[in-house]
Design a protein around this ligand. Structure first.
Ligand code: FES
Length: 97
């Protein structure tokens, strides 16, 4: 069983588990739009980006690897803000995003 650190807390992943499923199972909050467990990774929205061992990865398309570490980061926050900007222009209702 792979052990990974999510927000600094070591979690045990199921074999071949997707990172997004592990994060959701632990109760952490990770935005995601195009992923559903029964559909698998569609990989069209990039709202599930996380920083893991350096690079930004789609949590919905990344299998957990033993010893990985993930944490919220400024890079992820900036990435999410950049993604929301075009949506905010097309959907100007305050607080919608
Ligand atoms: S949830 Fe859309 S790319 Fe991961």
């Amino acid at each position: 069983m792979a052990k990974v650190a999510i927000d600094g807390i070591v979690q045990e992943a199921r074999p071949e588990e997707l990172l997004i499923d592990l994060i959701n199972r632990t109760g952490a909050s990770l935005p995601h739009v195009c992923y559903h467990p029964q559909l698998g990774p569609v990989q069209t929205c990039d709202t599930c980006m996380v920083e893991a061992d350096g690079p930004l990865l789609r949590a919905c398309a990344t299998r957990v690897a033993d010893g990985s570490e993930g944490a919220p980061s400024e890079r992820v926050a900036n990435n999410l803000a950049a993604q929301k900007e075009p949506s905010a222009i097309n959907h100007p209702r305050p607080g919608a995003l």
